[in-house]
Design a protein around this ligand. Structure first.
Ligand code: GLP
Length: 243
């Protein structure tokens, strides 16, 4: 079931999501968080850091698994998602870096790496929550619209619109990797709870589709409708077409 929550601003998305994640961290002895990158979750991470600094949150028992990584970027590349996570969360809280997992996009054998990563996901009895952003084309992780979607962690080709959208983080669009390694739809649906956040008008069409009673591989996020506990937190612009 999908629960929609419309808030006034980007900042409020982060505050609300951080309350939900903080509760999960506090009530589990070994919390496992599925994390995402992009501009959307930065507000969530800064609120979690704030709670940690106020001594209201302890990350010492937290493990994390990330959705995806660009193929070909070493982890010390500032555009890599590993670097992003260190910068925006891991280096700012008392998490044990050994308990943080991302797919390695610089692995020599990428198919082996995808299998290795899926095994890591399976090694956790529970992933207590999966954080998601959404592409304006409806992608989650790097599961792009296509006639087929991957169930498990796979190597994927990025669509032109995703390369263009993500080029704002690179010097120019020719530097955006064309491939990524991403959790599949079933890997994502394994989490006990899913929190998807979106802000801005560019996400409004994708969010509108999530409110109907259909699923389509053209909108990969629509597969979240098969999950029993999904929370979508959006600002007014992203909620523009919601009735
Ligand atoms: C990338 C990531 C997604 C993210 C999306 C949206 O493609 N792989 O996980 O949801 O970007 O990014 P933003 O939050 O910056 O709009």
């Amino acid at each position: 079931m999908i629960n929609f929550k419309i808030v006034d601003s980007y900042d409020e998305i982060g505050v609300l999501a951080s309350k939900m994640v903080a509760e999960i961290i506090s009530k589990n002895s070994n919390p496992v968080l599925g994390l995402a990158t992009g501009s959307t979750p930065i507000g969530l991470y800064s609120n979690l850091i704030k709670l940690y600094n106020e001594k209201k949150l302890d990350f010492s028992k937290v493990s994390t698994v990330n959705l995806d990584e660009y193929v070909g970027l070493e982890e010390d590349n500032p555009q890599s998602y590993k670097y992003f996570m260190n910068e925006n969360l891991f280096s700012k809280v008392n998490i044990d870096i050994k308990n943080t997992f991302l797919p390695n996009g610089a692995a020599e054998n990428l198919l082996e790496e995808a299998k290795r990563y899926e095994n890591i996901l399976e090694s956790f009895e529970n992933i207590h929550v999966q954080i998601l952003g959404i592409g304006s084309n409806g992608h989650i992780g790097f599961n792009e619209p296509f006639n087929e979607l991957n169930l498990y962690t796979s190597i994927v080709d990025l669509k032109k619109e995703t390369i263009d959208a993500n080029s704002r983080f690179f010097e120019d669009s020719s530097m955006v990797p064309r491939k990524a390694i991403s959790m599949g739809i079933k890997s994502i649906l394994r989490a006990d709870k899913i929190i998807l956040m979106a802000y801005g008008e560019s996400k409004a069409k994708a969010i509108e589709y999530l409110a109907n009673d259909k699923i389509s591989t053209d909108v990969p996020a629509s597969f979240l409708k098969l999950h029993k506990d999904v929370h979508i937190i959006v600002d007014k612009e992203a909620a523009k077409y919601l009735k």
